[in-house]
Design a protein around this ligand. Structure first.
Ligand code: SF4
Length: 756
């Protein structure tokens, strides 16, 4: 079934004319990223005037996707806009709130009980506002989008940072905060600084143990967690064409770990085959009819240095499997060097658990390759030394993998199969003993491995690898095991070597009529009132934030000066806290509890300048708030990297944080803060970070003349009476300054819809 086929048909009908116009305006060959971005500009945009990496542009995406943890806040915001239905096709996917513990059946049953209130809310809001609803157990948002909605040349936004997975089907698909989703669902344009474009040329072809995951593991190591910031990564070359569609999606998915806005491959046969295999042959045919518009121009790929902002080349034929980690996804270690690296750093070599799944690696191909390793190991009388957990990406994949015997192979090896959901990838893993904080190692095929992310234990060393490497290492129980060269002792005392994995790109035949977990919205919306219980702990109607009062900020105490890495997991933890994603007041109790306080190197312990005592960050923030005092948060590089969760921006706003000043921001988090009305600043001299003392007060002036490109002044008032004068940069444009003044972007929409 092809969802929204009329929207897709009309898009392809208008595409040739749009591309012709773009080519005429720019007068040069075009990258694929430009073709898609420019063809989605909002009306009235001046193509020729837009400079990459500098100018903001307004876009009209084709669709919106939301996962259940972020959808709650996005829909609570949508509800206050007064709109009767969404303006573009939109969907909600229930994947983040299912805890993995006892296996798919019992875990799903338990989630339906625990999260009933939230699921009921999401289901009824979706039905009312014409939004497609994917029930718990239907699958992980990005896998479901890939299988049902993504189409070459399209543009979507999603309230999840791994929305770029759809780039594997040729779609520009950035992750955004819920407020951005609300803009698009209400029919407004979506603003983004026009990205730079990194061209990645793939030569050769994969072989043996190496898979698509290793390409992105290597690239993440090359670019680091901020090297892709503000850019689209466009892949091309014979190596790109040699990859399966789901392999391409794995690469685009984990491009988020470089900070990239999104990643992208040009349309090719692998995509057409995937579309056909997922019962969208009609879309494959439409796309095949305009191949030239759905790939970059030949001149671009012949001389990439002329057209991309940066060019990187990776030879797939000589690529080695990688294992990235621990604690950061950009620490890329070739499998042959892990022994040395682990010894040098004192990482525990004994692997407790291997986990296969997540939106990065849960395709049919992934499952089949990992299953081939397991099958080979069993046939050689090997017994897994580590626990092995398998998490299918969607119900569709699970049913087919079950039908084709792969799940039986995993079960024969004693593996546990969790529900089709995020589970341990987002801390939803009720792992026995994790509360003891023991130092241990796990390896998984997910994309992120920040401290505490899988099981809440800060001492779990989580490593990221391909599903087949995870399977091999689960059998060896040793992080330093290299399946390319090493042997294992089997249950009969013989040394055996694992065979290279064998995978199947696509299922030999599809399934029809299976229950997918989709709920259609009510045909013409419905007039049901959405009721939120006044005493609910999970859901709370939103109260609009106050407007800026027109004054400069003065005498704001420092709330916390965060030291080192400060991701959205540090700012607003997942795991246990996911249950409060629809309740701003309650979830604000996790604000910055994972961030390290520069002054005492501890988490969740900061000075309250009013009492001169130390307390938890949210408690101190609330104390200032109830005294009518705003605060400042300071941080270092790439502040807010990681997830798109806007709670990390709404919580400080709710807790009366007036400004966040850092060395640099991650894109989505910076936009989220701006949208909620928190002032986002960067040090013009990064060394100024060192001047901030624990008991400082901040004056921030220049707000009356707040203008694009104009610095603001900060006076740091130290407790000993001395001061430091700093200059702060910002990246606000006129529209964003209006958000700040109105108190939030949503306030602007509410005002304008009241007038009309
Ligand atoms: S990265 Fe993990 S938590 Fe996020 S959507 Fe993918 S599977 Fe879910």
């Amino acid at each position: 079934m092809s969802f929204d086929i009329d929207v897709i048909k009309s898009f392809y009908q208008s595409l040739p004319e749009k591309i012709q116009e773009i080519r005429k305006r720019l007068g040069r060959p075009l990258t694929l990223s430009e073709k898609i971005l420019f063809s989605h500009l909002a009306e009235g945009s001046q193509i020729a005037d837009i400079r990459r990496g500098t100018d903001y542009a307004a876009f009209k995406p084709d669709r919106v996707a939301m996962q259940d943890a972020t959808a709650q806040m996005a829909l609570l915001q949508f509800m206050v806009t007064g709109k009767e239905r969404v303006s573009v096709p939109s969907t909600v996917h229930c994947d983040h709130l299912i805890t993995g513990k006892s296996g798919a059946g019992p875990d799903l049953k338990s989630a339906l009980g625990t999260n009933n209130e939230v699921y009921e809310f999401l289901s009824s809001v979706c039905s009312k506002f014409d939004i497609g609803f994917w029930k718990p157990g239907a699958g992980i948002i990005h896998q479901v989008i890939l299988e049902n909605y993504a189409f070459p040349g399209g543009m979507m936004i999603g309230t999840d940072s791994h929305t770029p997975t759809a780039g594997g089907l040729g779609m520009i698909a950035p992750g955004v905060g819920g407020a951005d989703a609300v803009d698009v669902m209400t029919g407004m344009a979506w603003e983004l600084k026009f990205p730079e474009i990194i061209g990645v040329k793939l030569t050769g072809s994969l072989n043996g143990w190496t898979s698509a995951k290793d390409i992105i593991l290597k690239l993440t190591g090359m670019l680091t967690v901020k090297g892709g910031t503000g850019s689209v990564i466009e892949y091309f070359g014979e190596g790109a064409r040699s990859l399966s569609c789901t392999g391409k999606s794995t690469i685009c998915n984990m491009g988020a770990e470089t900070g990239a806005t999104c990643s992208l491959f040009g349309f090719d046969k692998a995509m057409a085959d995937f579309l056909t295999s997922t019962e969208r042959g009609e879309v494959a045919e439409l796309a095949s009819n305009q191949l030239d518009n759905l790939t970059g121009d030949a001149e671009v790929y012949a001389e990439p240095e002329k057209y991309f902002d940066q060019v990187i080349e990776i030879d797939l034929s000589s690529l080695e499997p990688y294992i990235n980690g621990p604690f950061t996804p950009d620490r890329a270690i070739p499998v042959s060097q892990m022994k040395e690296e682990a010894a040098k750093n004192g990482w525990p070599l004994k692997v407790e658990t291997g986990l296969i799944g997540s939106c990065t690696n849960s395709s049919y191909e992934d499952i089949s390759r990992a299953a081939s390793v397991v099958k080979n190991a069993i046939s050689q009388k090997l017994i897994p030394k580590a626990e092995l957990i398998v998490i299918p990406g969607s119900e569709r994949i699970r049913v087919i993998a079950e039908r084709d015997g792969f799940m039986d192979i995993f079960r024969e090896a004693g593996s546990e199969v969790f529900a089709n959901a995020c589970g341990p990838c987002i801390g939803q893993w009720d792992r026995k003993g994790s509360d003891k904080s023991e130092v241990n190692t796990v390896i998984h095929s997910f994309n992120r491995n920040f401290a505490k992310r899988t099981d809440g234990n800060p001492n779990t060393h989580a490593f990221v690898a391909s599903p087949e490497i995870v399977a091999a290492i689960a059998f060896s129980g040793n992080l330093a095991f290299n399946p390319l060269t090493d042997t294992l002792m089997n249950s009969e005392g013989r040394e055996v070597k694992l065979s290279e994995p064998e995978g199947i790109n696509l299922p030999p035949d599809t399934i029809s009529g299976a229950e997918t977990g989709y709920q259609e919205p009510a045909k013409n919306g419905n007039s049901n009132e959405i009721i939120i219980a006044a005493d609910s702990e999970r859901l709370q109607a939103l109260v609009p934030f106050n407007e800026w009062d027109g004054s400069d900020f003065s005498d704001l105490p420092l709330l916390i000066k965060a030291k080192g890495k400060c991701t959205t997991d540090h700012i607003s933890m997942a795991g246990f806290w996911l249950k409060y994603r629809g309740h701003l007041e309650n979830i604000s109790n996790n604000y910055m509890i994972g961030a390290v306080n520069f002054f005492n190197e501890k988490t969740n312990l900061v000075l309250n300048q009013l009492t001169k005592e130390y307390d938890h960050v949210p408690a101190v923030a609330r104390a200032y708030k109830s005294a009518g005092i705003g605060t400042v948060v300071a941080g270092e590089e790439n502040f807010g990297e990681g997830s798109s969760r806007e709670h990390a921006a709404m919580e400080p706003r709710y807790l009366n944080v007036k400004a966040v000043i850092v060395k640099s921001f991650a894109r989505i988090h910076e936009t989220n803060l701006k949208k909620q009305g928190v002032l986002t600043l960067t040090f013009s001299d990064k060394d100024d970070y060192d001047k901030i003392r624990e008991d400082d007060r901040f004056n921030i002036s220049g707000l009356k003349g707040f203008a694009p490109g104009k610095q603001l002044d900060i006076v740091l008032k130290h407790a000993d009476g001395s001061i430091d004068n700093l200059k702060a940069n910002h990246s606000y444009n006129e529209t964003q300054i209006a958000w700040f003044k109105a108190g939030s972007a949503l306030n602007i929409f509410r005002k304008s819809s009241k007038k009309s």
